[in-house]
Ligand binder design. Structure first.
Ligand SMILES: NC(=O)c1ccc[n+]([C@@H]2O[C@H](COP(=O)([O-])OP(=O)(O)OC[C@H]3O[C@@H](n4cnc5c(N)ncnc54)[C@H](O)[C@@H]3O)[C@@H](O)[C@H]2O)c1
Length: 482
């Protein structure tokens, strides 16, 4: 049970608005039940509804969603499975007002991660925020400040950070087990479909509070499918780079212990083969410069060739990383292997990945840190999540301030950069196999942008610096002073 004094204190808190005072931290006793509400339950939030009750000492007490259909469905399923009724909230501010809630899981679209986390911290809740850490670089800093100021535990949902075998192996990589690392390559080679081009203006689902769904972002609606497809519009999502990129780029950065921003970023990308109104690239190559080793990242959302269902592979991987050392190479994702120069496997890297793609271990880690009240116990603090997510934002900014060039001049443009020459060659072959007419198509040649890792800003592009943050739609504004 929670201590009496804490309950009394919490009961006194305002029930009408997001409280701007902190409540006492979750009691340290291992016997106290941690009361969790999942916010956003359509898709990944549902895995949290099912996973958090299995964490010892955690009770899921409620669910919140702006879509009454998703909320009703998930609450009913939960009751059938776990045998008790969840409290339902249609506005996250009411969750934050509720003194009977200790922690929240933010499984809402990206444009809500910053404000949802800051409000949660201000209201005295601990927060598990899904990846990407933030929708833009500036608001991640505000999240970090809020967590510190209100002494909150904030975990970012980049769950492979909770794999002990990777924690141990990447330490070895940093200590030189592969020899000097020359290059780290990230890969996210998947297959998606066109989202279509609505012929008449789409309408929000009748069950959704669209104003609250949009929150900090504009309310215009350009997608036919309401949920999930927001990833492909800059106002709400962050492209495939900010969707699955945080997982992959986190592994890249973690493997070499790169604990700050890179010194430069470049990008090459476009949206091909689909006749739709999505805004973000479905084919993207990134390069990040670090003193330790450069990181490149290849993203493809198109299949191996037109009409096929399979996805591309590189060294046997569709998703994952290749760490090229002078002596040996690591190839892996959740688990992996070390190969020698002849390609022979000399070591397997594996361990406990838990259930639900690693999320269960990550939930357990969150609960542990909430009890200990130590951010240092978290496997993915805001700082860690921010550094990995920032790589996605930096790449998207390079893309957005870039200029279109003819695809057939791409090879010439990257001729002086061997790592990009290889990747661009693969990209051209792949696009051709997907029916793209190379001589007539164009590609967005992102600007190569120098970055100051200390200030986390671009050195000389005002246009790029403008994209470090967004305009917030009142009253959904991430405050300057958290
Ligand atoms: N860690 C992982 O492996 C992983 C996997 C998938 C998704 N995610 C992340 O989880 C988040 C959600 O993804 P999804 O695929 O479930 O998206 P989704 O669009 O399917 O579902 C989002 C839900 O949030 C609700 N919502 C929107 N604004 C809300 C608000 N203000 N208050 C309450 N509910 C609100 C929506 O109505 C919807 O039900 C994204 O940020 C995504 O990047 C993480």
């Amino acid at each position: 049970m929670i201590s009496i004094s804490r309950r009394q204190f919490l009961a006194a808190a305002s029930a009408t608005a997001v409280t701007s005072m902190t409540s006492p931290s979750f009691a340290a006793s291992a016997n106290d039940e941690l009361r969790v509400v999942v916010i956003g339950v359509n898709s990944i939030g549902n895995t949290h509804l099912n996973g958090f009750p299995k964490v010892p000492g955690v009770k899921v007490v409620g669910a919140c969603d702006v879509d009454s259909a998703a909320l009703g469905k998930r609450a009913e399923e939960f009751e059938k499975k776990f045998g008790y009724t969840l409290k339902k909230y249609d506005d996250l501010r009411r969750v934050y007002d509720d003194p009977n809630v200790d922690a929240v899981v933010l499984a809402v679209p990206n444009h809500w991660h910053g404000l949802g986390t800051v409000w949660g911290c201000q209201a005295g809740k601990d927060v598990y925020t899904e990846k990407p850490c933030s929708h833009n670089i500036w608001e991640a800093g505000q999240m970090e400040k809020a967590a510190k100021k209100y002494d909150r535990i904030v975990q970012i949902g980049i769950q492979r950070r909770s794999f002990t075998h990777l924690q141990e192996f990447f330490k070895e990589v940093q200590d030189g087990v592969l020899g000097k690392v020359m290059h780290v390559k990230g890969l996210y080679l998947t297959r998606r479909d066109s989202i279509g081009r609505p012929t008449s203006p789409p309408k929000p689902l009748p069950t959704v509070n669209h104003d609250l769904w949009c929150g900090p972002a504009p309310t215009k609606l350009e997608r036919a499918k309401y949920h999930y497809d927001w990833h492909w519009f800059w106002d709400y999502g962050n492209a495939e780079l900010g969707n699955n990129g945080p997982h992959i780029l986190d592994l890249c950065r973690w493997s070499i212990g790169a604990e700050e921003f890179p010194t430069s970023v470049s990008s090459i990308g476009g949206r091909y083969a689909w006749d739709d109104n999505g805004q973000t690239p479905n084919t993207h190559i990134l390069r990040y410069e670090y003193a330790t080793a450069p990181i490149t990242f290849e993203i493809r959302d198109l299949p191996t060739e037109t009409g096929k269902k399979d996805t591309c592979k590189y060294m046997g991987l569709s998703y994952g990383i290749v760490v090229e050392g002078e002596d040996a190479t690591y190839v892996g994702f959740d688990t992996g292997k070390v190969i020698d120069k002849s390609g022979k496997t000399i070591r397997e890297i594996s361990g406990n990945t838990g259930t639900d793609g690693g999320r269960q271990l990550h939930r357990e880690n969150f609960a542990k840190a909430v009890r200990s009240r130590k951010t240092s116990d978290l496997n993915c603090s805001v700082k860690t999540g921010h550094l990995s997510t920032a790589l996605c934002h930096l790449g998207n900014i390079s893309h957005r301030v870039g200029k279109p060039i003819g695809l057939n001049s791409l090879s010439e443009q990257v001729a002086q950069q061997p790592l990009l020459t290889d990747a661009a060659g693969r990209m051209l072959e792949h696009l051709s196999a997907n029916g793209v007419d190379l001589p007539s198509a164009s590609v967005q040649m992102g600007e190569t942008l120098a970055i100051n890792p200390k200030t986390e800003t671009f050195v000389s592009s005002e246009q790029a610096n403008q994209l470090l943050r967004r305009e917030y739609r009142a009253p959904y504004v991430v405050p300057e002073n958290v």
